[in-house]
Design a protein around this ligand. Structure first.
Ligand code: DX5
Ligand code: ZN
Length: 219
């Protein structure tokens, strides 16, 4: 059984204090930092890019779990690797050749993740599962924090877990979007071992990050 890890999304952080927010997350027991990169093209929102990630990395000793919601993504992979991403997760719809993009990330010695939007089927990535380190299952349509969890994606998590066990593969299953204290247990029971959470970690219990991370893990 893989250890349950929490990857708080800084999309819900105070962007005027990002360096301090990153330190608060690390101190509060985050296992990694989920960095949502958005380009206003692949998703209707725009966040941060390589220079900000590079600056933030200096203030943090835990892994940067970088979720690239950008397209075209292939030509930017190297920049995020150099900026300090430890895990680079891409969307199959954002590259002309998913195999090439996966191999590019691996050639840079970074962990490679592939993300499935709520409407995307596992078939889209089934042939690549043995090459990747992580599958990011979106439980909201990407673009914004604070959205409502879509429970129907749990069937996809279960299916993926089933394939992983049957084919004896070892990729992490990360779930992202609307994760809170009421649904985190079902996500874990379905097979997710990494929970992304922005709103719940930063806004619940008067912003007590340590308490919120512990509650998500212990549920
Ligand atoms: C949405 C992002 C998610 C989101 C999670 O496009 O990929 O990581 O920020 O935030 P919450 O936990 O608030 O849904
Ligand atoms: Zn994300």
């Amino acid at each position: 059984m893989k250890k349950i890890q929490i990857s708080p999304s800084i999309l819900s952080a105070d962007f005027s204090q990002l360096g301090n927010e990153i330190k608060r997350l690390e101190k509060g027991g985050a296992d990694m930092i989920h960095v949502d990169v958005m380009d206003g093209h692949f998703v209707p929102n725009l966040t941060i890019g390589p220079p900000v990630i590079k600056a933030l990395k200096k203030h943090c000793s835990i892994q940067f779990d970088v979720h690239l919601m950008i397209s075209p993504v292939h030509k930017y992979i190297e920049a995020y690797s150099e900026a300090g991403a430890d895990i680079i997760t891409i969307h199959p719809e954002a590259t002309d050749n998913i195999e090439d993009s996966i191999l590019k990330i691996k050639s840079l010695n970074k962990k490679v993740g592939v993300s499935l939007n709520p409407d995307s089927k596992i078939d889209l990535i089934i042939d690549h599962l043995k090459k990747i380190d992580l599958v990011l299952i979106m439980s909201v349509n990407p673009g914004f924090g604070g959205q409502k969890f879509m429970p129907e994606v749990l069937d996809k998590v279960k299916q993926l877990k089933d394939i992983q066990s049957k084919k004896n593969m070892d990729f992490d299953i990360e779930i992202d979007g609307g994760i809170n204290f009421d649904n985190c247990q079902s996500a874990i029971e379905a097979g997710a071992n990494i929970l992304v959470s922005g709103t719940t970690v930063f806004k619940s219990n008067n912003g007590d990050i340590k308490k919120n991370i512990d509650l998500l893990k212990l549920k």
